[in-house]
Design a protein around this ligand. Sequence first.
Ligand SMILES: [Zn+2]
Length: 115
Amino acid sequence: MSDGPRVYSYWQRQARKTHRCVECLGDIQPSEKYEIFNGCWDGSWDEYKTCLPCVELRLSLGELDSPPDFGGLFGYVLDDGTAEQYAAVIKIYQDKNMFVPPYMLTTLQQLINQS
Ligand SMILES: [Zn+2]
């Protein structure tokens, strides 16, 4: 966790070539929409590209005192997320044909049982 950027802007764009999502590390395919976030942290600019399912997952966290850094969303959800958010992570992996570690399915079942 770190302080947010002093200056930032973000917008949505349609991909013309394949990009990599900073959160799920999956591909953002050409013609798919994604979010670009440009910010200045401690005097240096960084740019992050996020696929829309991950943007939605980030929004589902609501307002947090110390939100996860870019690239830390899944780690945050897997540690502290609700069963619904955990399920959203698994769905993103499945929708992108990415490997879902078996422990994640077990953990999701446990979260559902607890709720
Ligand atoms: Zn993503």
